[in-house]
Design a binder for this molecule. Structure first.
Ligand code: CP
Ligand code: NVA
Length: 302
């Protein structure tokens, strides 16, 4: 059976740490101009039902650098958008491609696709999870500060797909996670409960951020929630990560955001463009971390 990556729980903590270390190595190799083509003649199918800049470019560039090829598939010009059953699409695409990544809405959809695919399926974001981003975030933390084990991370904002993946990361990479979220926007209860006392919910961002090693936020309205933008702006008042909030974290705390960001909403320009921000390293590391993930799922990891 193919090895899928639908959430961070699909790999063991040891496998995840191997992916992070390998990502750092692949980054070094690329920076030194080393040609490494373990995916020669291999094809990735890339299904996007939502927009993307980083995810598309990182997977497509990664496959090209690995000597392979990637096919961008949008529902607008495939039969996926005309209602061909997921089960059939999965069986067809996985007979021709060697690995598939999917960005879609309902998490159930990618689960069903993976069930019928005989090649690895990667979750490139669903309404519930964004595990690839976490590989890049952890790589970025390790590169700047060393191991994240035992550290305190604070999530400020919506209990969304990124927040859920941070909860799973807290379990798998063994760190403490404070979540500052306004009432009504909590992460899914079962995901929080499964993480035990590593995860704590706060209503006041200042209490949550105190003494943190890493502060993370994301947009208040995710893809598919555009019509809630105005209501969310009101409900998230007081949840902007600004310099005052950052000053409550540890002096050497980092700031992360998966991007795209809205300066002046969930984060001030001063913070995201300031010295504690590592958002562009995070974005670049999507490339290296996903190349390591591809190797891991394809069983070619060194
Ligand atoms: N962070 C992220 O996944 O960005 P894109 O939506 O641009 O892929
Ligand atoms: N939570 C955001 C992440 C974008 C990368 C969204 O789902 O739109």
């Amino acid at each position: 059976m193919a090895k899928h990556f639908l959430t961070l729980l699909d790999l063991t903590p040891a496998e995840l740490n191997d992916v992070i270390n390998r990502a750092i190595e692949l980054k070094r190799m690329r920076n030194e101009g080393e040609i490494y083509e373990p995916m020669k003649n291999k094809v990735m199918g890339m299904i996007f039902e939502k927009s993307s800049t980083r995810t598309r470019i990182s997977f497509e560039a990664g496959m090209a650098q690995f000597g392979g090829h990637a096919i961008f598939l949008s529902p607008r010009d495939t039969q996926l958008g005309r209602g061909e059953p997921i089960e059939d699409s999965a069986r067809v695409i996985s007979r021709m491609c060697d690995i598939i990544m999917i960005r879609t809405f309902e998490h159930e959809k990618i689960k069903k696709f993976a069930e019928y695919s005989n090649v690895p399926v990667i979750n490139a974001l669903t309404d519930d999870y964004h595990p690839c981003q976490l590989l890049a975030d952890i790589q970025t933390y390790v590169e700047h500060r060393g191991s994240i084990q035992g550290k305190t991370v604070t999530w400020v904002g919506d209990g969304n797909n990124m927040c859920h993946s941070y909860i799973n990361a807290a379990r798998q990479f063994d760190f403490n996670l404070n979540i500052a979220v306004p009432e009504g926007y909590d992460p899914i209860e079962s995901i929080v409960e499964a993480a035990g006392d590593r995860v704590k919910i706060f209503r006041n961002p200042a209490d949550a951020v105190k003494d943190s090693d890493l502060v993370v936020t994301d947009v208040w309205a995710s893809m598919g929630q555009e019509e809630e933008q105005k209501k969310r702006e009101a409900d998230f008042e007081g949840f902007m990560v600004d310099s005052e909030l950052m000053s409550l974290a540890k002096d050497d705390a980092l700031f992360m955001h998966c991007l795209p960001a809205h300066r002046g909403e969930e984060v001030s320009a001063e913070v995201i463009d300031g010295p504690q921000s590592v958002v562009f390293d995070e974005a670049e590391n999507r490339l290296h971390a996903q190349k390591a993930l591809i190797e891991c799922l394809m069983g070619t990891m060194k």
